[in-house]
Design a protein around this ligand. Structure first.
Ligand SMILES: Nc1ncnc2c1ncn2[C@@H]1O[C@H](COP(=O)(O)OP(=O)(O)OP(=O)(O)O)[C@@H](O)[C@H]1O
Ligand SMILES: [Mg+2]
Length: 235
């Protein structure tokens, strides 16, 4: 599994939001995008999953160009997506939300459900409850579980910390590490740079629609500019 994004630009109407962005995620790697509000993290993820058409550049997944494909085709190739704000169907049950994540032709849907319930036992207990009745952390589990229903090789996560208490966010992150242990590659956008750099292998720092720095996450944690701008520590 590999994802290669090369020189991608994207716009909202006349407003340019990404400038020549290049990133890559290799097999088994946990990669983070960090950067302030409005840096372009979500725009990049949405461009990768085909929700925003790139103006220029190329996006390849397992060697195959995907920049002209529709979102459902990209998902079917083995990419799971957890959007910012989770986007659950609030009045549908937990299990109905999970089933929404299964590709139409899937024949092992019950196996996929079982795997999600093994990862998140609380979702099995609450499988008949409406999504809206769950806590923020449980809703995030549903969003992750839904993205896992198609057995992705790459899981793309946008702002998991959204609306979660730090301790709950930490629990969600440890599940993501478990998913990674099982061989799934991860690409995660996160405003909480400190946690993002701690859990990931490699990170890209974005500012104003551009990648301004990238490197091994452990090196970026010690980088004075990253510390000052994103970790709230002056040296
Ligand atoms: N639907 C939209 N229409 C027009 N401009 C948009 C739209 N969504 C985002 N933008 C603009 O694109 C730029 C990048 O936004 P984006 O949401 O990708 O940032 P982000 O890094 O995900 O920020 P955050 O950390 O707040 O989620 C910003 O200037 C934003 O105002
Ligand atoms: Mg965002």
């Amino acid at each position: 599994m590999s994802l290669e994004v090369a020189n991608v630009s994207a716009s909202y109407g006349a407003v340019r939001a990404l400038w020549d962005v290049s990133i890559s995620v290799s097999q088994g790697q946990f990669v983070c995008l960090v950067g302030a509000n409005g840096a372009g993290k979500s725009t990049l993820l949405k461009t990768i999953v085909g929700m925003i058409p790139p103006r220029s550049g190329t996006i390849r997944f397992n060697g195959r160009g995907i920049s002209n494909l529709r979102t459902h085709s990209i998902i079917r190739m083995g990419i799971g997506f957890v959007p910012e704000g989770r986007r659950l169907f609030p009045t549908l049950s937990v299990e109905e939300n999970l089933r929404m994540g299964a590709p139409r032709a899937i024949n092992n849907l019950e196996d996929s459900l079982k795997k999600v319930y093994t990862l998140f036992p609380v979702l099995e207990e609450k499988r008949k409850q409406k999504a809206i009745a769950l806590s923020g952390g449980e809703q995030q589990m549903v969003a992750i579980g839904r993205a896992l229903m198609g057995s992705p090789r790459l899981l793309i996560l946008d702002e998991l910390s959204f609306g979660l208490a730090p301790i709950i966010f930490d629990r969600v992150l440890s599940t993501i590490l478990q998913i990674k242990q099982a061989g799934v590659s991860v690409l995660m956008a996160e405003q909480n740079a400190e946690r993002a750099l701690e859990v990931s292998d490699y990170s890209y720092v974005m500012e104003n629609g551009r990648v301004v720095k990238h490197g091994r996450s452990t090196d970026l944690i010690d980088d004075p500019l990253v510390k000052e701008a994103y970790l709230g520590m002056d040296e």
